[in-house]
Design a protein around this ligand. Structure first.
Ligand SMILES: *Cc1c(COP(=O)(O)O)cnc(C)c1O
Length: 430
């Protein structure tokens, strides 16, 4: 059977298929660049694994206290080596990205200290961690104050604003690499390096922490290569490679990471405890695959931008821009666009493809939200997924795909739904 016929069997019309093929052909150069980054990062991870002498024995399971868990300790060395950092904490006991960030903050701030966010409002879930929205157990309850400097209208750092906001109580600087659910640009590692250098020129003692979620392996360098003291993320995003069933990581300066370990477990126990209960092989293997899995997701994001940009929809980043994370936003301007897009992503999934997503109220959101995910790991967003709040400008946020082939199919399926519902129209000739 020809590829076209296989797609037809799967519900993709010849017009949508042809438009997809044409778009893909034009992306050859971009895709080569993405492959070269993946190749570079594959060697970086491999080098770390070889240097740390990763062996069969490291995949063994531990229980109870988890004393002398060789696999866990060696994996933390592998992460530290890959990120060119002094130390790492990589644990299944870190439940998600928000938890990892909450640990990094609460472990390194003390009553009377001030936290300063220099890339604008942090990711939604951190509002309650910090106490921007009052919450039980927030940093605010412990007497840690908060200040924020927004990015300038052109999404550059507001250096004068940062200088003015810094004071003798400023202990930790928060920098968020990815845009999250905002409509700003994602920051490059180089830009992150510039703001860190600027902050350190004012006060070298200040701790610079980067929320690295969705950014890992998109570039050849990571924030720890440009001076970040702490770099934090989730294992059900890029660095878990789709195989890690849960977990989070923190890498950075020895003292900062040690503080995190004492906060995650207990003062005095630190990194010494924490059973791994059989997840180590998937953590190692997922990290090994992460550079190529991230590359597949990145190609999907670039493909989606180009598919929808040419049909007249607003896309962020645009089809040509350089990429610093794997998220793609597409604005449809009406609820039906967001809904049909999500239906397509769901219908393309390997798991729960028969389910039909629909908008519903969600805790923490002020409008209905629609989510599409048919993932092997619950909530995993390195797997193909999409979501969007049902409110103007009616944008959908799309990310992931364990393989480029699946990401491509998901995007074509979303387009098929939009074409069938007459919300999108293929260019003439297709
Ligand atoms: C995903 C994400 C987080 C953490 O989210 P969890 O769902 O708790 O893993 C934090 N910051 C950014 C920018 C993110 O994308």
């Amino acid at each position: 059977m020809k590829l076209k016929n296989m797609y037809e069997c799967m519900g993709i019309s010849s017009g949508v298929f042809a438009y997809g093929q044409k778009t893909e052909e034009e992306l050859e150069e971009r895709f080569t660049e993405i492959d070269e980054t993946a190749e570079y990062n594959q060697l970086k991870v491999l080098h770390a694994m070889q240097k740390c002498r990763v062996s069969d024995i490291h995949f063994a399971s531990t229980s109870g206290y988890g004393y002398n868990d060789l696999g866990r300790d060696t994996l933390e060395e592998v992460y530290a080596e890959t990120f060119h950092a002094q130390a790492a904490l990589v644990r299944p006991q870190i439940t998600c990205g928000t938890h990892a960030l909450a640990i990094a903050l609460s472990a390194n701030l003390r009553p009377g200290d001030e936290l300063l966010a220099v890339s604008g409002k942090p990711y939604d879930t951190l509002e309650e961690v910090i106490g921007i929205r009052p919450s039980r157990g927030s940093l605010a309850e412990y007497g840690v104050t908060y200040r924020q400097v927004d990015l300038l209208p052109d999404d550059r750092f507001n250096l004068a604003g940062v200088r003015e906001a810094m004071n003798e109580r400023t202990k930790l600087i928060h920098i968020q690499r990815s845009k999250g659910y905002q409509t700003r640009r994602t920051l490059s590692v180089a830009e992150i390096g510039e703001i860190i250098a600027y902050v350190k020129s004012i006060n070298p003692e200040v701790i610079c922490m980067v929320d690295n979620c969705y950014g890992e392996f998109v570039e050849r360098t990571e924030p720890t290569d440009v001076g970040a003291d702490l770099c934090v993320g989730s294992l059900i995003k890029n660095p878990g490679g789709g195989l890690a069933p849960t977990g989070g990581y923190i890498v950075g300066k020895e003292a900062c990471v040690e503080n995190c370990a004492c906060r995650l477990t207990s003062p005095g126990l630190g990194k010494e405890v924490g059973a791994t209960m059989g997840v180590m092989q998937s953590f190692y293997q997922g990290f090994f695959l992460a550079p190529t899995v991230t590359a597949g997701a990145l190609k999907g994001a670039v493909f989606a931008a180009n598919i929808y940009e040419r049909l007249g929809f607003d896309v962020l980043p645009d089809g040509k821009e350089s990429r610093h994370d794997i998220i793609q936003a597409i604005t449809f301007g009406k609820p039906e666009g967001v809904i049909e897009f999500c239906k397509g992503i769901q219908a393309a999934a390997p798991v729960d493809s028969f389910a039909e997503p629909s908008p519903a109220p969600m805790p923490g959101y002020d409008s209905d939200v629609i989510m599409a995910a048919g993932a092997f790991v619950q909530g995993s967003s390195i797997e193909l997924s999409a979501d969007g709040p049902i409110k103007p400008p009616f944008a959908v946020y799309f990310q992931g795909g364990l393989t480029w082939e699946h990401a491509k199919f998901g995007i074509l399926m979303s387009l098929q739904k939009l074409v069938d519902a007459q919300i999108a129209k293929l260019p003439s000739g297709f």
